[in-house]
Design a protein around this ligand. Structure first.
Ligand SMILES: NC(=O)c1ccc[n+]([C@@H]2O[C@H](COP(=O)([O-])OP(=O)(O)OC[C@H]3O[C@@H](n4cnc5c(N)ncnc54)[C@H](O)[C@@H]3O)[C@@H](O)[C@H]2O)c1
Length: 391
């Protein structure tokens, strides 16, 4: 008998919302997870109405408080097995803390919280309750991100000297927030987005990509946070020069005013022996460059377990469920990979077994906390005219 599907409860994601939909598709990807309950909107009446209008039957709640209190009392199999938080940034901390206290594992959108103090408290609560907690850094779910991580850590590129990690967008190049687009409105409001705009929203993805692939941390930053569009209270252009934990250097940068850029997340890693290039918009492949040799492009799925060059690739990487190369994997597949790995940890937690949650399969609460510590240091550096600040 296959195990019963896990039940997922949504916090946020009502009509017109964005990121709930890729998540929902990813949750249903394997048939082993499904959405069964939701608190979709801050207004209870709207929340209930939107739940009734959901594409398939779910239990609607007027608030996440009500959802947590009610679901907690339902029998196992009926109640939610984990919560997915897809609200704007300022509504991550409170529901996450309440779910943890109720013993409900949480998969939470990034950036983890609005303040560093909240992130620290959340990380402490996860440690205390020993409960699975994931942060939705989508792009580390790409198969080629996993392969990049293996290649860098295998030493093929030598010691890492210099990394350029970037996330470039152009959709906030004008005052889009005045047009009524809700996704823009809250993203330019420091109370709802946090102390950095472009940095918090997408710079945290670039940082996570750097940390995940290289295994290095940012120790100090010198930052420039700029507001190119008039009237904005927080940056729409974010540049940090970073010192890495191995003594290497990096640029971690993001912008939302670079017209023509869509979701251009990428990373270039330069080591003493070679370099690796990867872009999220072309995540089917990555390129390795070694001196005096032709560029080598590795396509997802078209990599042998031992091709005589990369060495033995880990069994779990080769066994990752995927589709044949040439049928592109994309954003939803990356999200599905994260939910699939999180599912394993939730099942282990429920069975009283040990679970990893170590950041190797999806970002954990400490990755989320480090993202906020990085943003906080960048904001302090900006206030001190780009002075070096410890993360
Ligand atoms: N991982 C990624 O690649 C990625 C991409 C986009 C957005 N995000 C993150 O996802 C989150 C949501 O972003 P979005 O663009 O989908 O926002 P959105 O504005 O489209 O959706 C937010 C939803 O939350 C609901 N909401 C707000 N307060 C609520 C409350 N108290 N109770 C219940 N529901 C509430 C809103 O009604 C809306 O349905 C943000 O934290 C954002 O940074 C992540």
């Amino acid at each position: 008998m296959p195990p019963r599907p896990l039940n997922v409860g949504l916090i946020g994601g009502g009509a017109g919302a964005f990121i709930v939909h890729p998540h929902q598709r990813a949750i249903h990807f394997d048939g082993t997870r499904r959405v069964t309950a939701a608190a979709l909107h801050p207004d209870p009446q709207v929340a209930l109405r939107e739940a009734e209008q959901w594409a398939f039957p779910i239990r609607g709640y007027g608030s996440y408080d009500e959802m947590i209190a009610t679901e907690q009392k339902l029998p196992v199999g009926e109640r939610i097995d984990y919560a997915l938080i897809v609200t704007p940034n300022h509504v991550h901390f409170d529901p996450a803390m309440k779910c943890i206290a109720a013993g409900i594992p949480v998969f939470c959108e990034k950036p983890l919280t609005v303040t560093l103090d909240e992130s620290k408290r959340l990380a402490a609560a996860v440690r205390e309750h020993k409960i699975p907690f994931g942060v939705a850094h989508t792009y580390i779910g790409h198969w080629t991100s996993r392969l990049s991580r293996h290649i860098v850590r295998s030493g093929l590129l030598g010691e890492i000297r210099w990394v350029d990690a970037y996330y470039l967008q152009g959709w906030l190049a004008d005052r889009v927030e005045d047009t009524g687009l809700v996704q823009a409105e809250w993203r330019v409001d420091p109370k709802r987005a946090g102390a950095s705009g472009a940095g918090g929203d997408i710079g945290t993805h670039a940082l996570m990509q750097l940390r995940y692939v290289t295994g290095l941390d940012v120790q100090r930053v010198s930052a420039r946070l700029e507001k190119f569009v008039s009237g904005r209270a927080i940056d729409d252009h974010f540049t940090t020069y970073c010192e890495l934990s191995n003594g290497g250097k990096a640029l971690v940068r993001s912008t939302q005013i670079a017209i023509g850029h869509l979701n251009n997340l990428g990373i270039e890693i330069n080591g003493t022996k070679g370099s690796l290039l990867w872009r999220g918009e072309e995540a089917e492949h990555l390129t390795i460059r070694l001196p005096g040799q032709p560029d080598r492009t590795y396509w997802r799925g078209a990599v042998a377990a031992n091709d005589g060059f990369l060495g033995d690739l880990p069994d779990d990487l080769m066994a990752e469920p995927t589709i044949p190369p040439g049928h592109p994997e994309a954003f939803h597949d990356a999200f599905a990979r994260l939910h699939r790995c999180f599912e394993q940890d939730v099942r282990a937690y429920q069975a009283g077994e040990s679970f990893d949650c170590d950041g190797s399969k999806y970002a954990n609460v400490d990755d989320g906390r480090i993202g906020i510590a990085f943003i906080t240091a960048a904001v302090q550096s900006q206030k001190r005219d780009g002075a070096w600040v410890e993360v």
